[in-house]
Design a protein around this ligand. Structure first.
Ligand code: PGA
Length: 256
């Protein structure tokens, strides 16, 4: 019922020229795979070039952040109007934005509402840090983020969202969470909270990705989990062959 979805988060990597090369290298392989939704999320300045190359293909484009306002005196920011027509998706509340740029759940919530109002589909990131994990606070932290980030949305809006569960200790560390652990948090804390606040139907329809040190060698172990609908891939999405392989494997396990 939920279409699997693998998205690559390029973070602050790739000049325009490098981005063009990378996306040209992965496009044919990505196009061959059906049954899995695919997207790449390059840095802002790369987006027009990448979107041009992917136009008319089955590969979608996402941004890594945006401001909630349409325009104004917000030096250095990018608005939803600027992304319209270039992007289908926008990653919001990534832990690196929360950690290094002071993003709060309140701000993420504003961005989510603004993205939806402008026809951009949010990929909302939640997840606990190492300390919270070690103190047994994972449930509390993730449930709190889900409630706050989705505050005020309708059940119908929530049903159409993508949420990425990214335990911070697993991001870029090579130490992925175990599939059982990720499945439990996604099922009990993410879908569980959504069921409580927005109802069973929204909880069953919302797509939830796992993110944190995913690669071709471990993607299948996550995709076999019933509540994990895909992955938000960082480092491995910068390697064309590896990313294509991940999508092939995801389709093999879950694809239609
Ligand atoms: P990683 O990053 O795959 O490099 O761990 C995931 C992310 O931050 O989205």
């Amino acid at each position: 019922m939920r279409k699997p979805f693998i998205a690559g988060n390029w973070k602050m990597h790739m000049t325009v020229r490098e981005a063009e090369e990378l996306v040209k290298a992965m496009k044919p392989g990505l196009e061959e795979v059906s049954g899995v939704e695919k997207a790449v999320c390059p840095p802002f300045v790369d987006i027009p070039a990448v979107a041009k190359i992917l136009k008319g293909s089955s590969v979608k484009v996402g941004a890594q952040n945006m401001h909630w306002e349409e325009s104004g005196a917000f030096t250095g920011e990018i608005s939803p109007l600027m992304l319209q027509g270039l992007c289908d998706y926008v990653i919001l509340g990534h832990s690196e934005r929360r950690k290094y740029f002071g993003e709060t759940d309140e701000g993420v919530n504003r961005k989510v509402k603004s993205a939806l109002a402008h026809g951009l589909a949010p990929i909302i990131c939640v997840g606990e840090n190492l300390e919270q994990n070690e103190e047994g606070l994972t449930s509390q932290v993730v449930r709190g983020q889900v409630r706050a980030d989705l505050n005020g949305l309708t059940p119908g809006q929530v049903a159409g969202l993508v949420i990425a569960y990214e335990p911070i200790w697993a991001i870029g560390t090579g130490k992925a969470a175990t599939p059982d652990y990720a499945e439990k948090v996604i099922r009990d804390d993410i879908r569980g909270t959504i069921a409580e606040v927005f109802g069973r139907d929204a909880a069953e329809r919302v797509r939830v990705q796992y993110g944190g040190s995913t690669k071709a060698a471990n993607i299948e172990s996550f995709m076999v989990m019933p509540d994990i609908d895909g992955a938000l891939v960082g480092g491995a999405s910068l390697k064309a062959a590896e990313f294509v392989e991940m999508i092939r494997l995801a389709a093999k396990v879950k694809g239609a």
